[in-house]
Design a protein around this ligand. Structure first.
Ligand SMILES: Cc1cc2nc3c(=O)[nH]c(=O)nc-3n(C[C@H](O)[C@H](O)[C@H](O)COP(=O)(O)OP(=O)(O)OC[C@H]3O[C@@H](n4cnc5c(N)ncnc54)[C@H](O)[C@@H]3O)c2cc1C
Length: 404
């Protein structure tokens, strides 16, 4: 039996390895790029956060988030680490549950997978872009620009649109669409959000522990505490990533209320500021030693402190304004950055049209899909790659299991 797989990214390579475990299967693994795992190589800032030990307890989104359960149940994070160990990759689990390769290099993950693809029953076709799929009586024809690949079963592992510079494309949605599958609206997720706050310009690269409340039309939409990263255009980091799939959609006025000292009460800060009147601190350094220097200066400016040279001139009303800027700075959110900058696509091909237990299409027998092309996106921290491994292995195993 020949199994064609379109996409040699995370889920496609997992599917190829799982399908090829049956010696009666021949896998043809196709990718439009000239090497396997192009996006994988860039994950986790080059470190590849390949799983999260908490992934079996949730952390997935989409119209049917429970669609992930059979795949993650069949290959949970523990089983994934064992799978990688058997392939030759050693891993480290951080206290947060995030899993990285022991080498701390995404390259190692790609290399281990690539070397394991070197099996007699796997053929790699790189630089092959699937442009069209024809369903025949006994299988599929995958048509490229100057070659056609025939196979008995076909797995679509084309990934999503996110990270377009690394290979993110509409291709998988289009190929599945031509075969009758529908997709939800696609939007960028795990991405920074732009703000209209003028102070942001001087804060590029600043990181702060922050309590972030996201408000829609002044109503609390979500809140969390963690690392906030300030960029040239807006806010980023895990606390922002978590909510980026929903922010600025569906109308309304979106704002973020930032508390840069979540462990301090307003009264503690007020007292600390008044004590600084006894020092020789220049006014612009009023928050130095408490917050990141640049952030402190911008917040003093935002609080409207002007024309005073030393902290000893600080009035009670001004201390109050500084407390407000530090503990409840309200900034307007305009829009998330686009698909180029996003780590994952929220939305995708409707999961109700696939069998979660096998990943086979309910519309086209012998057709499977796995990974990001489906309407599943995970939280930040290794959830998306865990989904790619689990769904890829499940699709590959089921496509190949009956080959005799
Ligand atoms: C910058 C960045 C960092 C990330 N970091 C992390 C992280 O640390 N942890 C985590 O869990 N997730 C991370 N992600 C998300 C994760 O990389 C993806 O969710 C995951 O790679 C999806 O796997 P996939 O197999 O579905 O798609 P991909 O890995 O994108 O693979 C799809 C493959 O299909 C190929 N393809 C597409 N269309 C065709 C076609 N028509 N013909 C032939 N080939 C085709 C593409 O070239 C590509 O190689 C990150 C994403 C980005 C962009």
């Amino acid at each position: 039996m020949v199994i064609g797989i379109i996409g040699a990214g995370a889920s496609g390579m997992a599917a190829a390895l799982a399908a090829s475990e049956n010696p009666n299967v021949n896998v043809i693994l196709m990718d439009r790029q000239n090497r396997v795992g192009r996006k994988l190589q860039a994950t986790g800032n080059g470190r590849c956060n390949l799983s999260n030990m908490n992934a079996s307890r949730g952390g997935y989104h989409g119209e049917q988030p429970d669609f992930v359960l059979p795949a993650i149940g069949a290959m949970n994070p523990d089983a994934t680490l064992k799978w990688f160990r058997d392939l030759g990759l050693y891993t480290v689990v951080e206290p947060s549950g995030k899993v990285y390769p022991y080498s701390d290099q995404a390259n190692s993950v790609v290399d281990v997978l690539r070397l394991n693809l070197n099996r007699p029953n796997i053929t790699l076709k790189l630089g092959f872009e699937a442009e069209k799929i024809q369903k025949n009586e006994c299988g599929f024809s995958v048509i490229g620009s100057d070659e056609t690949v025939s196979c008995d079963k076909l797995i679509i592992a084309c990934g999503g649109l996110a990270g377009s510079k690394l290979g993110g494309t509409m291709s998988g949605y289009k190929l599945l669409g031509k075969l009758g599958h529908k997709a939800t609206r696609l939007r960028p997720s795990l991405v920074q959000i732009k703000t209209g706050w003028g102070g942001i310009a001087g804060l590029k690269g600043v990181r702060a522990n922050c309590h972030v409340q996201i408000m829609r039309d002044s109503e609390l939409f979500s809140e969390s505490t963690g690392e906030l990263q300030l960029t040239e255009q807006g806010i980023s980091g895990p606390v922002v990533f978590e909510i980026s799939r929903d922010v600025c959609y569906g109308g309304g006025e979106w704002t973020a209320k930032l508390d840069f000292l979540p462990d301090w009460s307003r009264d503690n800060l007020y007292e600390a500021l008044l004590q600084r009147r006894n020092s020789n601190l220049p006014m612009e350094d009023l928050l130095t030693g408490i917050l990141h220097n640049r952030l402190g200066r911008v917040l003093c400016k935002t609080a409207g402190i002007k024309g005073k040279t030393y902290a000893k001139e600080l009035s009670n009303a001004e201390a109050e304004e500084v407390c407000r800027a530090v503990k409840s700075l309200e900034i307007a959110l305009t829009e998330p950055l686009g698909m180029d900058s996003a780590q994952v696509t929220a939305g995708g091909v409707l999961t109700e049209q696939f069998d979660a237990a096998t990943m086979e299409s309910r519309l086209v027998p012998g057709l499977y899909a796995c990974g990001e092309v489906l309407d599943i996106d995970g939280d930040c921290g290794g959830y998306n790659l865990q989904w790619a491994w689990s769904s890829g292995c499940l699709a590959g195993y089921n496509a190949g299991k009956d080959a005799k």
